[in-house]
Design a binder for this molecule. Structure first.
Ligand SMILES: *[C@@H]1O[C@H](CO)[C@@H](O)[C@H](O)[C@H]1NC(C)=O
Ligand SMILES: *[C@@H]1O[C@H](CO)[C@@H](O)[C@H](O)[C@H]1NC(C)=O
Ligand SMILES: *[C@@H]1O[C@H](CO)[C@@H](O)[C@H](O)[C@H]1NC(C)=O
Ligand SMILES: *[C@@H]1O[C@H](CO)[C@@H](O)[C@H](O)[C@H]1NC(C)=O
Length: 252
């Protein structure tokens, strides 16, 4: 019991040392319109900043080095259907509008003092880009623990699939694997009865195959870890951690 809990804490602690954040934000000290800023970010990074949750929001704040008094562009824009979406095309589920914002007139969003406001696209503002981690399939057959060690030594981490966007990217790369299932950074704790991402991300988004991923796994034999099917509908399944599978590392 205690040993398992210790392992969870160890895994999560190691993670914060090895930079587990999923997005890296970069403050750009140049003034551009929203569209020019988007072009700059897409050429030099992944995109104009996407913010999915409170964690991202904190990272975004930190990337600004306290320069919070002026408006800066983030990657949020209004669609023709009057909905807000990210520059990457993802729907905006997490929002952090300021008081009485958006007030309906403008098509793009900027941030000031950690709060979002709708602004006109012709404003020339500083902006924030983000890099998404790259996903690489390692075609070696390792146990889950060996795979975790491999990723942390050579790249950043075993991949955490904490959003639909990352699941889509996993589905793209996992076809290259030579095993029917491929390890993810997903682990079961019998002590607490939960599945968790080793990166410390919350396990809100899920894509389990039917019958997999329940809180009551078989705890009598070996610890279970999570893998994604490399074919079929590419859902997540649980496997004893001693199985030897290909795995997916993330890196910047
Ligand atoms: C990408 O960054 C370089 C160097 O800062 C800059 O010269 C270039 O204009 C940027 N790309 C775009 C499309 O703005
Ligand atoms: C971001 O920073 C601003 C001040 O610069 C602060 O008011 C706000 O609460 C911060 N937000 C988060 C989520 O840390
Ligand atoms: C890994 O296992 C698969 C399936 O058993 C096998 O086809 C593949 O050759 C193995 N790869 C290595 C590097 O041993
Ligand atoms: C997990 O999913 C696989 C693949 O769909 C299925 O064969 C297996 O029976 C499931 N496991 C359980 C415990 O239901």
């Amino acid at each position: 019991m205690e040993q398992t809990l210790y392992l969870i804490i160890l895994i999560i602690a190691l993670c914060s040392v090895s930079e587990c954040v999923q997005r890296q934000y970069h403050f750009i000290n140049e003034r551009k319109t929203w569209t020019e800023a988007q072009r700059y970010c897409r050429e030099n990074y992944t995109d104009l900043a996407t913010v999915d949750n409170m964690n991202d929001m904190n990272e975004l704040n930190e990337s600004m080095n306290g320069g919070g008094v002026e408006y800066i562009w983030i990657g949020l824009q209004k669609t023709g259907r009057d909905e807000w979406q990210w520059s990457s095309g993802e729907p905006a589920l997490y929002l952090n509008w300021g008081y009485k914002q958006p007030d309906g007139k403008d098509e793009y969003a900027g941030m000031r003092d950690g709060e979002w406001h709708d602004l006109g696209c012709s404003d020339n503002l500083h902006f924030i880009c983000n890099n998404n981690p790259e996903l690489i399939v390692i075609r070696e057959n390792l146990t889950w623990s060996e795979a975790l060690r491999y990723c942390r030594q050579n790249h950043v981490d075993l991949v955490s699939v904490h959003s639909e966007e990352i699941q889509r990217r996993v589905m793209n790369v996992v076809k290259r694997a030579s095993t029917a299932a491929v390890w993810l950074g997903l682990r079961h704790s019998c002590t607490v009865g939960i599945w968790f991402w080793v990166s410390g991300e919350t396990a809100c988004y899920q894509n389990w195959a039917p019958g997999n991923g329940t809180s009551e796994e078989d705890c009598e034999h070996t610890v279970r870890s999570g893998a994604v099917q490399s074919g079929g509908d590419q859902r997540w399944i649980n496997r004893p951690e001693t199985h030897k599978l290909n795995f997916i590392c993330s890196r910047y």
